[in-house]
Design a protein around this ligand. Structure first.
Ligand code: FAD
Length: 366
């Protein structure tokens, strides 16, 4: 097993173990890690073999660096962009795969506040997956569920963080089931703790006296590229600035982020997925006419599969070709290097373990 500080918590090691010797368990910061039951382990080595951290970073079928193609793009339908966090490219890819009789897996925010990857087969379910959730999503049910469409030879699109996409490619490759798999890896700032998020949801329920229904981390109704968030609780809606919300504030101060994200190996344009989706930061410099406050995506096609999928939806977008530099250097720091851990992270996390949660989260008021 890789050392704890590097483990991304994808759970591929637990999924691949035929003896059930590896279980994912939550640590004191609320992130899950593999835990091996030595009495069940037969030392077959599959858990190490599947771990993407023990494999090459770049997809074996990846185009050479010079052949990768870079775009800025946004869905032509404004409604699609409104329902998405960036340029609305993910829902177009999903629609395309579902039209071909395929299946789509993505992160859904459930009504108990859990963020979990689920599979959908009907276009009307796409909104269950759209929009960014700033919480590490749970893949535990996905591993088993995704086997069926992959075995049946149905096109299967997975969208998630780049470490999750790489883990799934490794898992499906190891089992000889990768042929119909399409992976979309997000540009990623880092994933926040599901444990801290769950406590925050319960706090919001107490504050607003109602049952949690939903949370939008990037609410675009002000046409401001989603610098607002909104929560639905007990049939009412409460909105806030993304930077005033206490949970989001711990995120943007890099506190509640998984330790492995500070050393993420996917903060590069050489990634282990078919297609990369991110926000086109810096669009105002590269293509000011695309900067309308409703979101523009950066798209990178890494493999022939990614290129083919993109070509099928390209006409449903306004798009422009651009260079690697325009996407990664002008715009997107998370394609160059990971975020840095703040000096006070350890202190805050120690306090998290000792202080009652309302007091701890209260530390992040101005
Ligand atoms: C934790 C996180 C951090 C991010 N950080 C950056 C960043 O620093 N820079 C940047 O350019 N882009 C970042 N993104 C990606 C960006 O916010 C958009 O998700 C992406 O550009 C796709 O937008 P869209 O409009 O095409 O699709 P949308 O309709 O917004 O769809 C979002 C897709 O992301 C998946 N998803 C949502 N939440 C999660 C999650 N918690 N874990 C795994 N998959 C999830 C959904 O399943 C869906 O497939 C981040 C996303 C997440 C989840």
């Amino acid at each position: 097993m890789v050392e704890k500080a590097l483990c991304t918590g994808c759970g591929a090691c637990a999924a691949v173990c035929k003896r059930g010797a590896v279980a994912m368990k939550s640590d004191r910061e609320g992130f899950s890690y593999p835990d091996i039951d030595a009495s069940l382990c037969v030392h077959c080595g599959l858990c190490n073999k599947v771990c993407p951290l023990n494999n090459e970073t770049a997809a074996p079928d990846r185009e050479t660096a010079g052949d990768q193609i870079f775009f800025g793009a946004r869905a032509k339908r404004e409604e699609t962009r409104l329902q998405s966090s960036s340029g609305g490219i993910f829902p177009l890819l999903a629609e395309q795969v579902l039209r071909q009789g395929g299946v789509v897996f993505g992160a859904s925010l459930l009504s108990d506040g859990t963020v979990r990857h689920i599979g959908i087969e009907r276009p009307e379910d796409i909104p269950r997956l759209t929009k960014t959730k700033y919480v590490q999503s749970d893949l535990s049910q996905m591993w088993r569920e995704i086997q069926t469409p992959l075995r049946e030879g149905r096109q299967t699109l997975f969208c998630g963080t780049p470490c999750q996409a790489a883990a799934l490619r490794s898992y499906a490759g190891l089992r000889g089931e990768g042929e119909n798999l399409l992976t979309a890896g997000l540009v990623c700032y880092g994933v926040p703790s599901p444990g801290i998020w769950k406590k925050y949801v319960r706090l919001l329920e107490r504050k607003y006296k109602g049952g949690f229904q939903s949370f939008s981390f990037r609410d675009k109704r002000n046409r401001d590229n989603g610098h607002a968030c909104s929560v639905q609780i007990g049939g009412r809606e409460y909105t806030n600035s993304l930077y005033e919300d206490l949970f989001c504030r711990t995120y943007f101060r890099n506190i509640n982020i998984r330790p492995s994200c500070y050393q993420c190996r996917y903060c590069t344009t050489e990634r282990d997925c078919d297609i990369t989706l991110g926000d086109f930061w810096g669009i105002e410099k590269v293509k000011p006419e695309f900067d309308d406050g409703m979101g523009c995506s950066a798209v990178i096609c890494h493999t022939p599969k990614g290129r083919s999928l993109w070509s099928k939806v390209q006409d449903e977008t306004d798009w422009f070709s651009c260079s690697r530099d325009e996407v990664a250097n002008e715009g997107q720091p998370r394609l160059r290097e990971p975020i840095k851990p703040p000096k006070k992270r350890d202190r805050y996390m120690r306090l998290y373990q000792w202080l009652p949660f309302p007091l701890w989260i209260g530390l992040f008021r101005k």
